[in-house]
Each structure stands twice: as C-alpha cells, then as structure tokens.
Design a protein around this ligand. Structure first.
Ligand code: IPM
Ligand code: MG
Length: 361
C-alpha cells in the first residue's frame, strides 16, 4: 500500500519526536511491504519564522493532498518566545486551530491508559490505581468556545471581553455518532459530559446525545456534569470507557486524564473528519524547556502514528505491531527520563526510537 503522509514537525521537541515516529513508520513499511511518501508542512512557530504567519494556504493544501497528517507539537514558551509578542491571531496556536477547522477535524480521540509497567508513575492511591483504567476521551474539536465570536472592547474606561459558546445540533450529532461508534468497538459505555444544569448549549448537547443513543441499544449511556467528571477522574477512573464532550471541557478533562496516568509522554491522539483522513499528534505539548536535549519521550508520537495506521489506513496488524513493540520495550525496562523509575535503563529520544524499531520485525 502507498501511504501519503504530511509531516508537521512543528516547534520545541516536535522535530525530535517526529523523526523517531518516521523511523518506526519506515520500519513498518519495510517489514509489511508498504511505500511511504512524506511531505513536510510548516505550522505554528516554524511557519511564523519562515512566512510570518502560523498557517499558510499552501500548508492547508499540502495537508489536504495527503492521506493523513503526522504532527509533533506547536508553540513555544509563552513568556519568553517572540511569537507571543504577535497579535493572538498570528501566534502558533492560531495555526493549530486554523488547520483543525480547515481540515474539518471535528472528532478528537484522546486515549488515556494506565500501562501496567508504569503504574508506579500513577499519582493516585494504590487502591484506586490497582483497578487499572483505559478510557477514550472524545472531544469535539471545531466548535464551542474555541470558534465562537469573541471580542474585547473598552467603554468608559472599563475593559470588557466576550467569548461565545455555540453548538448546533448537527455539530453535536456527528461527534456523538463517532463516540458511539468507538464505544461499540470498546466496552460499550458512553459518558456524555456537559454542564446542563447551567448552559443552554449543554441542554441541547444532552438532548441530541439521547437521540443518537436510540440507534445504539447495546451501548450504555450516562450523562455526567463536568465538575463531577473532573472529580470522578481521580476518584474512580476505572468507571469510564468513552467520555464524550464538547471542545473546552474536553481540553481540560483530557489533560487531567493524562496526568492521572502519570505518563503524559505516552499518550497519543487522533483528530478525524468524516472520511478516513486524520491528523495524529501526541497529547502533550512542545516542551520548549527540553527541546534539542535529546531526552524527549517519542512514544506518544509513535503511538499516534500507530493510530494513523489503524484509523486512516485500516492497517490493524501494523498498528498492533507498533503498540506491542512499546509494551515489550517497557517490559524490558527501557525508559525515557519522564517515566524513569528505579532499576530501569534510562535512554534518550533517539535510542528509544532505535529500540522500538528493532522490536518490529
Ligand atoms: C490541546 C491544546 C490546544 C487546545 C492549544 C495549544 C490551543 O491545549 O490540543 O489540547 O486547547 O486545543
Ligand atoms: Mg489542551
């Protein structure tokens, strides 16, 4: 099979971790007889440095021309980087939001898994973590507060800022359908998270999710308020299978869920549209403080590449091979510094990529 992949290395540790993910994809291609063509695309700070803007039309076109996009990370240190002296619509993050919208990537999948080998890194009490957990956060990614009207004004010396949270039923329905579809392949439970005791947008969310649920009689649906969900994630994370939620709540809850795993450097993500097309990136950020030091953990990006093989190319065997390589290397005791624990062997970013590539054969 021929795989056309657009690569966005991005900023901070982005180039290092994408290099290792490509190493793994190349090994998969070699072993399973595929051909990969990569196209480099600039986004975020890397694009600002070259073009003066975080996202160009050419970048959008190049991404659209590919079958899938592999991304590292976007953004720099918000207090020291010159990118953050630019107006908000020209900063690195605006490029990321722009490409999500331009490619219609409305469904963001963020798995949060407690790896048995890394359970010591879980900050929860043993009696909670011992149950293990494996949840999928389904975050709506192209609507809500992120894309509503916003403005800042000043009247009679009083500054005022407005952001608006809007959803129409079609936007809710399409993400709900994806959420239920994914639940059907997992433990068949959906927890839909909202703030229906206060927000109109949440009350509509709840109604539409209930309507979609009718088509999935095998899936158990529950509704949960977002503040309660934040609490339940640390109290009893094992109760969750698929968490279905809107953009802003999903942003916050997915960071919380990843922290609870104790290993944010391990967590992948996929952002999908209506077709097989997707953008795959680690759940973590660009970590400018460790960029260029060769110590970043490439596993989240490598697992994102595995999600790409699975969701965009239907190459389940190949995706399994990558995920099994990760488990096997963890079992053998190799760790990057972020997940290091006593008795293990510490390796750098490149070494981790080499070890994982050797594991696939
Ligand atoms: C994320 C990030 C982005 C978001 C930022 C960088 C705009 O936090 O992907 O979760 O809020 O969506
Ligand atoms: Mg976030």
């Amino acid at each position: 099979m021929k795989l056309n992949i657009a690569c966005i290395e991005g900023d901070g540790i982005g180039p290092e971790i994408v290099t290792e993910a490509k190493k793994i994809l190349d090994k998969v291609a070699l072993v399973y007889g595929h051909e990969i063509v990569y196209t480099n695309v600039l986004l975020g700070g890397a694009s600002i440095d070259v073009h003066g803007v975080p996202l160009t039309d050419e970048a959008v076109e190049a991404a659209k021309a590919a079958d899938a996009v592999l991304m590292g990370s976007i953004g720099g240190d918000t207090t020291t980087s010159p990118w953050y002296k630019l107006p908000p619509n020209l900063r690195p993050e605006a490029g990321l939001l722009g490409i999500r919208k331009a490619l219609n990537l409305f469904a963001n999948l963020r798995p949060a898994v407690l790896y048995e080998e890394l359970s010591d890194a879980c900050p929860l009490k043993k009696e909670i973590s011992s149950a293990g957990f494996d949840m999928m956060i389904m975050r709506e990614l192209t609507g809500g507060l992120y894309f509503g009207e916003r403005h800042t004004t000043e009247e009679n010396g009083i500054r005022k800022a407005v952001d608006t949270l809007t959803y129409d039923e079609n936007e809710i329905r399409r993400i709900a359908v994806k959420g239920f579809d994914i639940a059907m392949k997992r433990k068949k439970k959906v927890t839909s998270v909202d703030k229906a005791n206060v927000l109109d947008s949440s009350r509509l969310w709840r109604k539409v999710v209930d309507e979609v649920a009718v088509d999935y009689p095998e899936v158990t649906l529950e509704h949960m308020l977002v503040d309660n969900c934040a609490m339940q994630l640390v109290k009893d994370p094992a109760q969750f299978d698929v968490i279905l939620t809107e953009n802003m709540f999903g942003d916050i809850l997915s960071d919380e869920a990843s922290m609870v795993t104790g290993s944010i450097g391990m967590l992948a993500s996929a952002s999908l549209n209506d077709s097989k097309f997707g953008l795959y990136e680690p759940s973590h950020g660009s970590a400018p403080d460790i960029a260029g030091k060769g110590i970043a953990n490439p596993i989240a990006t490598i697992l994102s590449a595995a999600m790409m093989l699975r969701y965009s190319f239907d190459l389940d065997k190949e995706a399994d091979a990558v995920e099994n390589a990760v488990k096997s290397i963890l079992k053998k005791g190799y760790r990057t510094i972020d997940i290091m624990s006593e008795g293990c062997t510490q390796v750098g970013c490149k070494e981790m990529g080499d070890l994982l590539a050797d594991e696939i054969n």
